[in-house]
Design a protein around this ligand. Structure first.
Ligand code: PHE
Ligand code: ZN
Ligand code: ZN
Ligand code: ZN
Length: 297
């Protein structure tokens, strides 16, 4: 609410450059002298001695939605949940982040029409992830304890086709998230990680760990003690030489050079990564549709 300020630098640069300040601000327009301004990567934003105009826009309230779909199995009280966020940042169309996870999950859900699951399968396409995990947090926090207890596990797919990809699995063993609260990764999450590892091995794909960073929609599920897992092919991080040796691509470049940018279009997608991960998303959903025993005992 009233929380975004666009800063436009009037130093004659063309095109004019602007940045975003996020905080609690009162709508106003203020001209300020520029002492110095640069991005961390050394790009100069504005010349010292010029002025900048700070515009605080009026607050705006919007309604957003989660899309939830469920197919009942024989067991109504053992729910296998998979989710992907459907929203993107305002800067671009969000095809890798997160059309990739959303599309793979949609195809899996459609194919689920062909089977009669033992467990109940539920799919979530989350709203407002980019605004602070709002959709998934509201969903989990809105469940009664009895409803939470019915969810056997949650599988998260956010960025699964990065152009300069690595194949990583959220790591239940060594992740320290969420460190400040000291909340452990729920028991059973390691079995989900093992299922993903087994699939990659069976199709001859190398994999590595990803940390539970608290940056995607699994967070509310972990805080609620629900076993969780997921796949990730990389965002703004930079590929190492060792990773290039394993997966190819470009060392020294971001896993997704168009992360949160206008160029996150259909061209910003690696079909090999999306292909293997789509198969794995379907494999995990189908496996757990029949039994969650390795996860829940
Ligand atoms: N959730 C982040 C986003 O949508 C991406 C991300 C996913 C980052 C998983 C780290 C781990 O921008
Ligand atoms: Zn994002
Ligand atoms: Zn995302
Ligand atoms: Zn591990």
């Amino acid at each position: 609410a009233g929380a975004e300020a666009v800063v436009i630098f009037n130093d004659g640069a063309s095109p004019a450059r602007e940045g975003l300040i996020v905080g609690t601000l009162v709508p106003s327009v203020v001209t300020i002298p520029v002492v110095g301004a640069s991005f961390a990567d050394g790009v100069t934003l504005a010349q010292p001695g010029s002025t900048g105009q700070v515009r605080v826009l009026p607050s705006e309230t919007r309604t957003d939605y989660n899309v939830i779909a469920e197919k009942r199995g024989t067991y109504r009280d053992n729910v296998v949940m998979s989710g992907a966020h459907l929203d993107s940042v305002g800067a671009g169309p969000g095809i890798n982040d997160n059309g990739s996870g959303s599309a793979a999950l949609l195809e899996t859900a459609l194919q689920m029409a062909k089977v009669k699951p033992v467990n109940t399968v539920r799919y979530a396409w989350w709203g407002a992830e980019e605004s602070g995990l709002l959709g998934s947090t509201a969903y989990v926090q809105g469940l009664s304890q009895a409803e939470k207890d019915r969810i056997a596990l949650y599988l998260n797919y956010d960025m699964v086709g990065s152009p300069n990809y690595v194949l990583t699995i959220y790591d239940a063993d060594t992740s320290t998230f969420p460190a400040p609260a000291g909340v452990p990764i729920p028991e059973g999450s390691a079995a989900i990680e093992a299922l993903y590892e087994g699939f990659y091995t069976s199709v001859g794909q190398p994999y590595d760990d990803a940390q539970y960073s608290g940056r995607s929609d699994y967070q509310a599920f972990i805080l609620a003690g629900i076993p969780s897992g997921g796949l990730f092919t990389g965002a703004e991080g930079v590929k190492t030489a060792a990773q290039q040796a394993v997966w190819g691509g470009t060392a020294g470049a971001q896993y997704d050079p168009c992360y949160h940018l206008a160029c996150d279009t259909y061209a910003n997608n690696n079909n090999a990564a999306l292909d293997v991960n789509s198969d794995l998303i379907a494999y995990a959903a189908l496996t757990y549709a029949y039994s969650t025993e390795p996860v829940n005992g």
